[in-house]
Write a protein that binds this ligand. Structure first.
Ligand code: UDP
Ligand code: MG
Length: 336
């Protein structure tokens, strides 16, 4: 007979995890020469003595500051470190995609290399994964390390995104997470070029759970995301996961047309009653300017979608690998 409590817990259906799993740590790096040393140390310290194997997959995203050499020196010293070097800077989303493609673990952890994603949490991730969750993500409970402007805009972004997108992404959650192999395999089948990873991770679904943490400040270096890059990142998210910005204009136009008819009727009425023609150079000019700009904005929104369609149909690869380096013995020259 089926135990009813077993049916009530959704996790009971999941296959058992391997006794000695391999955990892949995927870390994209762009000009992080001063962070990688501390990162490797902390990861080693946090995961020492666990009953699992660990491989570190660094993706050098076209760094210009010697990050690649530093990473390859680590790969020489440690057998479980691999460095996937991209041929130029492709951006964090592409670097993450490359890392997921090269990870071999039973579970894959995606993490920033600047220690803003504390590696100590990985043990908790693994614990939850062993309980049966397929995705364990870290939620920033305390964003004190971010500037007020960043917190404010991030909050607005999540709120708007979750309102206009059918796929909900957890608020205050970055890419830092553990994913089961089958989740990563599913993400890998998604063919799009514009890779808003947080959205893709949410889109594939599976059993997920969040773990709260306080986000520390960077260990070294500075953020790679200035305002302009973040703005484009947010646009990518909206355009990739919602068609609301595209469709809203028909409704806006409909409402304005309706209001215009009412306004026209009022003017005609007033003219018939008082025989006075409506003065109004200023109001006319304002209206023309207003609707002119609304039209330009709506054409701009079309442009956002069309430019992404253009990128998609060209079907260029998301990233190009220059070399996969796994220490002096085992390097493969590879291109994707
Ligand atoms: N990163 C990358 N390619 C880029 C920009 C950033 O691989 O073009 C990496 C970076 O090295 C870091 C992670 O993405 O490991 C997060 O970047 P950052 O810390 O600058 O972002 P923030 O934490 O400020 O959002
Ligand atoms: Mg950071």
């Amino acid at each position: 007979m089926i135990d009813s409590t077993e049916l009530a817990t959704p996790l009971s259906r999941h296959p058992a995890r391997p006794d000695h799993p391999l955990i892949s740590i995927v870390a994209p790096c762009y000009n992080e020469v001063d962070s990688v040393g501390a990162f490797v140390e902390t990861v080693k310290k946090s995961l020492a003595g666990g009953d699992f194997g660990v491989e570190l997959v660094f993706v050098d995203d076209g760094s210009k500051d010697g990050t690649r050499n530093r990473l390859e020196a680590f790969a020489d010293a440690e057998p479980n470190i691999r460095v996937v070097s991209l041929s130029r800077n492709f951006g964090k989303e592409a670097a993450l995609t490359a890392g997921l493609d090269h990870a071999r673990g039973d579970a894959i952890v995606v993490i920033d290399v600047d220690l803003q994603d504390p590696p100590e949490l990985i043990l908790e991730f693994i614990g939850k994964w062993r309980e049966g969750y397929d995705v364990v993500y870290a939620t920033r409970e305390d964003r004190q390390s971010d500037t007020f402007a960043k917190r404010f805009t991030a909050e607005g972004f999540y709120r708007l995104f979750n309102k206009i997108s059918a796929i909900k992404i957890p608020e205050n959650t970055g890419d830092f997470r553990l994913m089961d192999r089958r989740v990563v395999e599913t993400v890998k089948t998604l063919p799009e070029r514009s890779r808003f990873m947080k959205g893709l991770f949410a889109w594939v679904g599976y059993q997920a759970i969040g773990i709260p943490y306080a986000r520390p400040t960077r260990v070294a270096g500075t953020t790679k995301f200035n305002f302009w890059r973040l703005w484009n990142f947010a646009l990518d998210g909206f355009v990739s996961f919602s068609t609301v910005p595209l469709k809203v204009w028909s409704y806006f136009g409909g409402v304005v047309a309706f209001l215009s008819f009412i306004y026209a009727a009022i003017i005609i009425g007033i003219t018939l009653i008082s025989g006075r023609s409506v003065p109004g150079y200023a109001s006319l000019a304002t209206l023309i300017l207003f609707f002119g700009s609304v039209q330009i904005v709506s054409v701009g929104v079309l442009g956002e979608y069309i430019s992404r369609l253009f990128v998609e149909v060209k079907r260029r690869p998301v990233y190009i690998v220059d070399e996969v380096y796994s220490g002096k013995a085992g390097t493969t020259g590879e291109s994707v």
